[in-house]
Design a protein around this ligand. Sequence first.
Ligand code: GTP
Ligand code: MG
Length: 430
Amino acid sequence: MIFTDKARIYVEAGKGGDGMSSFRREKFVEMGGPNGGNGGKGGSVILKATADLNTLVDFRYKRKFIAKNGNGGGTQNCTGARGTDVIVKVPVGTLVKDDQTGARIADLTEDGQEYIAAKGGRGGKGNACYVNSIKRAPTFAEKGEPGTHTWLKLELKLLADVGLVGYPSVGKSSIISRVSAARPEIAAYHFTTLTPVLGVVRLDSERSFVLADIPGLIEGASKGVGLGHDFLRHVERTKVLLHVVDVSGMEGRDPIDDFNKINKELAAYSAKLAKRTQLVVANKMDMPDSPANFEKLKAYVEGQGYQIMAVSAVTGAGLKELMNKAFNLVQAYVPEPEAADIPTLGAGEELDQDKFEVIKGNDTDFEVKGKAIERLVAMTNFDNDEALYRFQLIWKRLHIEEALKAAGIKEGQTVRILDMVFNYKEGSAV
Ligand SMILES: Nc1nc2c(ncn2[C@@H]2O[C@H](COP(=O)(O)OP(=O)(O)OP(=O)(O)O)[C@@H](O)[C@H]2O)c(=O)[nH]1
Ligand SMILES: [Mg+2]
């Protein structure tokens, strides 16, 4: 889900230093010539894109950037010192716009790319510069040029790193409102949140991530019940899911049941989403029945290989630890392999290649033989979810399960395809 982070900043460059008007005054040299030096250039304010930042959140705290003036020129043709430039680091992807008109001024898309947001004034020329054949002893010097100054709008498109999912009213919006500047509506009725909300969670000056609060999910969400489909689309590209469960039992539901139902919806929506790193968040720990319910839920989810943390969005207990943990999980995220890893069948080969036969196996109960299926097995990386998903689709399309059933297979019997042996289970390929 894309969210635009915005900031407004003021940039002001330094004025150029004034030129100097002076004459040589040395012992034994009468009427020395003009020797006033030039003023130094004023400092500029330069925006510089860096891959180290990922939000504009820092500009909430500091928004004015003012560079120093150049120094005036000196006697003896001394040029004044330049005002130092102020370098303002912005994340790669920052769009710079005119504050008044909104017109695009610069698009900083590459690491290291710079944009001079306010240009330092040129230093004034000293009187030494104005000597010519007519004017041998000019007394005037130029003043420094003023620097430019302006307000700018910065915009950055952000992708949510972490998504809050869970039943309605489990406290998703309450959590995001405590850990970020986002202020979604919070209320005791279901579907309070109707559109996704994003917030930037800032742990310290170096560590921040984007958190998405989406509307509550219910049974059938994956089929588009409520606004389910749309909501799930918003968390599809997050790196980590925080699965919020209300352990207070105050709505009369069983937390374990809630947990399973939401996971079922995620899986029904997409295999990828089901495999996304998921941290279980037991919320409303401040309520009387929560500790006991938490222990039960903990035992259950840990048994399934999930980690769980206990929080209360009302008292704030555990939220800091939760956000630190979420950040670490975001850092540990490894992108799923692209679709290129998935074996595909060659075009035009399908028809007779799709043929297969089910025979009695030597060391297994059954064996499936056929070009397409054997090739598919050879090419599928069974550790890769997408590949596995693809495998299951083709398995279904070839109607292998039906053939196995027709051959009389029973649950738990073994099937061999090339070097792969698996236990048959109705409705699932491997
Ligand atoms: N006691 C207690 N109540 C909480 C806690 N967190 C949230 N609530 C309450 O639970 C209700 C629902 O909170 P929300 O934050 O709106 O829940 P949600 O998950 O965003 O709900 P939807 O947007 O409808 O999906 C509100 O009345 C909150 O005040 C908590 O930690 N303890
Ligand atoms: Mg909400």
